[in-house]
Design a protein around this ligand. Structure first.
Ligand SMILES: Cc1ncc(COP(=O)(O)O)c(C=O)c1O
Length: 386
């Protein structure tokens, strides 16, 4: 059986989750703390919190930048609903921009003409495992005093030069959903890079309470050998808006186990990705090109392997053929600007997005996809192209 994606779960995850269940600590415990520390160190981030999803982390980001009704946020149309929902949930407006054909990330050259007095932020999506070059967007951010949020749902540990995706703008968000490279069942993380947001982030994560500073004081009191008079908090209470955004201990233990296996997961994904790339580079078929984001400046996370097909009819036939042969090949997003809910928002010229979205084919990629299964996929593709 070939899947489209499959989490790489072994005894390690089972053992760590059993430890959580036996401990009786199911929230805010050892694994949450440890996973956050590991990610923070690895990404060289100022602050990391695990969340229940990347969607949650995006919603948190919009709370942090204090998005209000009437504000506008620039983003690509070619993305998942969560990138825009976090904006619409605050009563603000997504403004959709085209992507570039070569990397399918937002076209930085189309942004400036869509900036208005109401523009408050830009959300970029590091698509498919790439960390896009943000230099031009950072110039715009400075010129117009905008916030920059990086949706790195696909691109945990991807890099542009020496910086990790999600650590370049003001805020970065990641997904550990079942379909992603590292999984926490449903899970995510937020990285704060702009110090100004550090004051509120824990309150927002803790349902609008000052619980985390209360806990810090509480711990301080208990580790002192000689109790001293202290101004420590005696209780925690409602100090801000917020919600239940934090990842549970079970999810955090899963993420911890996956972080431990991250090198082997990356290596296996890279091997599959390169096998596909090698095959398609030798094909010389003018209908098929691949989304190849890797070069000396861009370190990929190998999240997706994407074929870009020239003709729509060819793409449809190819996809149907693969599916008939039990190879789950799929297209990706329906562009938000053309969706039922997204139509009402402003958008720029969408030439590339409109042209490209129906002609995408994503091939299966996951650590347990065996050599024989890959051979089978490539044999079937060869047969189709004969
Ligand atoms: C670009 C992008 N952002 C956000 C999300 C939402 O991630 P999650 O399922 O962790 O909420 C996804 C989901 O795949 C996505 O593709």
């Amino acid at each position: 059986m070939i899947y489209f994606s499959k989490p790489f779960i072994t005894n390690l995850e089972i053992k760590e989750i059993q430890k959580v269940l036996k401990s009786g600590v199911l929230t805010d415990g050892f694994y949450q703390n440890l996973s956050e520390k590991i990610i923070k160190k690895r990404l060289k981030s100022k602050y990391i919190a695990l969340t229940q999803s990347c969607s949650d982390a995006l919603e948190l980001s919009c709370l942090l930048i204090d998005l209000k009704p009437g504000d506008e946020v620039i983003m690509p149309s070619y993305t998942f609903t969560s990138t825009a929902n976090c904006v619409a949930l605050r009563g603000a407006k997504p403004v959709f921009i085209d992507i570039k054909a070569n990397d399918m990330c937002i076209d930085s050259d189309q942004i400036e003409k869509m900036i208005t007095k109401k523009t408050k932020a830009i959300i970029v999506v590091h698509y498919g495992g790439k960390c896009m070059n943000l230099n031009k967007i950072i110039k715009l951010k400075k010129k117009y005093k905008l916030y920059l949020i990086e949706d790195a749902a696909h691109s945990f540990l991807a890099k542009y030069k020496n910086k990790f995706a999600g650590t370049i703008g003001d805020i970065g968000v990641f997904s550990f959903h079942e379909t992603k490279n590292l999984v926490g069942s449903q899970g995510g993380a937020i990285s704060i890079n702009n110090k100004k947001f550090l004051r509120r982030i824990d309150n927002l994560l803790d349902k609008g309470t000052d619980r985390s500073s209360f806990l810090k004081d509480y711990k301080k009191q208990f580790i002192r050998e000689k109790p001293r008079k202290t101004k420590s908090k005696k209780y925690y209470s409602w100090v801000d808006i917020g919600s239940e955004f934090r990842a549970t201990e079970i999810v955090s233990a899963l993420i911890f186990s996956q972080l431990k296996k991250e090198k082997i997961i990356s290596k296996k994904r890279r091997t599959i990705w390169l096998t596909y790339k090698n095959f398609f580079s030798k094909l010389n078929n003018d209908q098929i090109s691949i989304l190849d984001n890797e070069n000396k400046d861009h370190k990929n996370s190998y999240h997706l392997f994407i074929l870009k097909i020239k003709s729509l009819i060819f793409a449809q036939k190819f996809r149907e053929y693969l599916q008939k042969n039990k190879i789950p090949a799929t297209f990706h997003y329906v562009p938000l600007h053309s969706s039922l809910f997204g139509k009402k928002f402003k958008s720029g010229d969408m030439k590339v997005t409109n042209n490209i979205w129906g002609k995408i084919i994503r091939l299966p990629i996951y650590p347990e996809l065996s050599k024989n299964q890959i051979k089978f996929i490539l044999r079937k593709i060869t047969k189709f192209l004969e």
